[in-house]
Design a protein around this ligand. Structure first.
Ligand SMILES: NC(=O)c1ccc[n+]([C@@H]2O[C@H](COP(=O)([O-])OP(=O)(O)OC[C@H]3O[C@@H](n4cnc5c(N)ncnc54)[C@H](O)[C@@H]3O)[C@@H](O)[C@H]2O)c1
Length: 245
């Protein structure tokens, strides 16, 4: 049993499919959840559904590409709950584009959301992280292998993996820093890819898409005491697709 009572989570991209599962799980285990997303209305509505009293949630608009928004999220979290123990960076953008046809703006947008966003949020949170705290960055299988028509996304996620390991060195022994690399997880992000390449499902050893809850469980493990000797690592959650193809 994972007990997160008294812990404060800061979660980005909190209106997304995977983040909603993370917030739901962490809240159920007792954590106070500071939930931020680019879509401020959506994250406020989600938080209200999760915690109608609002006793253990705070929902904010945060554009992760903006350093000032990260600072505001951290300041608000500390003002409301007095501390931050756990940071999970899950905001992300996955768009198709070949490098040969990619505009400067498409490249910049992907790097800004998928990589700079992690930097901004971690940097703002570090001075406030309680000893024994943990950061989990959501990377991707694409960051390990590359990804056809998603070079900007893959490059950013590869950067997230290196940033994670470097931060683990910088913040030890006080804070642990790990990454989770999902494969194909149910939700809007992978629907277009599965429509184009349905064979990806039978090619996955476990023969199905993962669920957001299955990613959330691994994030919770890495944030918990069960993983207290784990830092600088990445856990893959992909039903075996990474080793099979
Ligand atoms: N779904 C998958 O199969 C899969 C696979 C590998 C990695 N991932 C990663 O997992 C994370 C969550 O993915 P998901 O499937 O829940 O995607 P999703 O599209 O459901 O959620 C992404 C969230 O990020 C938010 N966001 C986008 N730009 C933002 C910005 N500038 N500032 C703040 N928030 C912003 C969106 O509003 C959205 O709520 C992402 O980092 C993604 O790259 C997902």
């Amino acid at each position: 049993m994972i007990d997160m009572s008294g812990k404060v989570l800061l979660l980005t991209g909190a209106s997304g499919a995977i983040s909603r599962a993370i917030a739901t799980l962490f809240h159920a285990h007792g954590a106070a959840c500071v939930l931020t997303d680019f879509d401020g209305d959506a994250v406020v509505a989600f938080a209200r559904g999760l915690d109608p009293e609002g006793a253990r949630t705070l929902a904010l608009r945060q554009d992760v590409t903006e350093a000032g928004d990260a600072q505001h999220a951290v300041t608000s979290a500390v003002a409301q709950f007095g501390r931050i123990d756990l940071v999970v960076t899950a905001a992300g953008l996955y768009r198709d584009a070949l490098v040969s046809e990619m505009s400067e703006a498409e490249w910049r947008q992907s790097i800004a959301i998928n990589l700079d966003g992690v930097f901004h949020t971690c940097r703002a949170a570090i001075p406030h992280l309680a000893p024994g705290g943990a950061i989990v960055n959501i990377a991707s299988m694409a960051g390990h292998r590359g990804s056809f028509a998603h070079a900007h996304y893959a490059a950013a996620k590869g950067g997230v993996l290196s940033l994670t390991r470097s931060l683990a060195l910088e913040l030890a022994p006080k804070i642990r820093v790990n990454a989770v690399s999902p494969g194909l997880i149910e939700g809007p992000m992978v629907q277009p890819l599965i429509a184009r390449k349905p064979e990806l499902i039978p090619n996955t050893p476990l023969q199905r898409l993962g669920t957001a809850a299955e990613v959330a469980g691994v994030v919770a493990f890495l944030c918990s005491d069960l993983a207290r000797f784990v830092t600088g690592e990445t856990i893959h959650v992909n039903g075996g697709l990474h080793i099979a193809s």
